[in-house]
Ligand binder design. Sequence first.
Ligand SMILES: Cc1cc2nc3c(=O)[nH]c(=O)nc-3n(C[C@H](O)[C@H](O)[C@H](O)COP(=O)(O)OP(=O)(O)OC[C@H]3O[C@@H](n4cnc5c(N)ncnc54)[C@H](O)[C@@H]3O)c2cc1C
Ligand code: SF4
Length: 420
Amino acid sequence: MMTLKAWYTYVEKFVGVSGNKDGLDTLPDGDFLKPWESNVVEDYFSKEMKKHYKDRHVIYGRCAHLTESKPQFIEQGRGLCMSRRICQRGCPLGGYFNVNSTLIPWALKTGNMTLKPNSVVQSVLYDEVKQKATGVRVIDSKTKETTDYFAKVVFVTAATLNTNLILLNSKSKRFPNGLGNDNGLMGKYIAFHNYRATIKAKCKGFPDKTIEGAKPTSHYVPRFRNVYKQETDFLRGYAAGFGASPARETDIRGFGATLKKQLLETKETGVWNVNSHMMGETIPKESNQVTLDKEKVDSWGIPLLNINVDYDENDEKMIQDFFEQFTEMFKKAGFVNIKTNDNKRMPGNDIHEMGGVRMGKDPKTSLLNSWNQLHECKNVFVTDGACMTSTSTQNPSLTFMAITARAANYAIKQMKKGLI
Ligand SMILES: Cc1cc2nc3c(=O)[nH]c(=O)nc-3n(C[C@H](O)[C@H](O)[C@H](O)COP(=O)(O)OP(=O)(O)OC[C@H]3O[C@@H](n4cnc5c(N)ncnc54)[C@H](O)[C@@H]3O)c2cc1C
Ligand code: SF4
């Protein structure tokens, strides 16, 4: 049987992850493609932190961008990343891993995939006699027509919150509160990462240096608080990003030729901007819950999802600690004009939502077993962020993909044995 570690490697080989082998327990190494070069200030900060702290590492931010060609990427039809850093527009080269560039074309090649655009899943269908799920009910987003699709196994991976919504909305005589929700815990223990806190400063060193190109990643500081023992008055910890770029002074007033001339005459100021943002773990709590609205529905008649999630004292203390620790670290590196900011944005403006359909051994306290099957309806698998209440401070997608691949492999074996 493959371990979960082996499934991470399986995914990394397919996806293509560029990174360094850093040898840290807090962020285990993977099967990496070569990294981009760090810039001079990233390198400097990393070395300074090594000098001052045993446990604070500033490393290259691993990213799912192709820096090397390999047979599997050629087979996927993907090209190398050209370091243009406009990935959010969608990459025409398939330089970074995503569903459109990689997974859909790959699935199409099997000949077993039918793409059904404009399909909004309303619920999972449950057969009271067979005592299993039989498929999904889909509403066409344009015509609003309803169609039932039938399947032997259903994977619900609509991203954490929508997965909760679909399952809560999958009501039957057997499951009046949502599919598999006998214990009433579905929708509870929602967690996410807290991105409220940022810090910025100026670095006056290296005035004659600049950057080349626009690598699509910056640096990363893995968690260093409360790792081996509880050392603060808040629980858990945070990771952080770290970026450095040369500041430019540009006169952007005016139009046409004047503006062009000004832009071309831009002078380096000889100063670098540096910044960090916190990625804090929130504590999964029963009170952080999503529920179906009893009255309001969306354009397709599906109940709206009410999201009742908030920060607490632990999050506030963590933010203060990030400010104190990073101010100290920035000072030790000799950075000046240090400014901290709490943007106070609401939870939900952040990313990496998790929970609501959590895994566990005991059906009384969890909804999924260790293979991501609903305890009470074994041919339904939930493998996105809904299945876990927390990914600590790690960016979660690699874990979502590793457990999804593991669950898919398991589902095939179970089907072959006639067990689901
Ligand atoms: C700005 C931003 C930056 C991020 N950066 C990182 C990062 O650096 N590292 C990292 O690990 N993660 C990152 N994430 C998180 C990452 O994007 C998610 O963890 C990941 O996409 C989750 O995968 P998923 O398949 O569960 O959900 P998604 O990728 O959201 O896919 C769910 C799909 O289901 C569809 N869907 C939803 N509801 C229905 C329905 N009712 N019927 C039919 N289809 C439906 C959606 O349209 C969507 O296509 C970032 C997220 C954001 C927003
Ligand atoms: S930077 Fe982003 S958009 Fe540009 S080639 Fe690389 S992956 Fe594609």
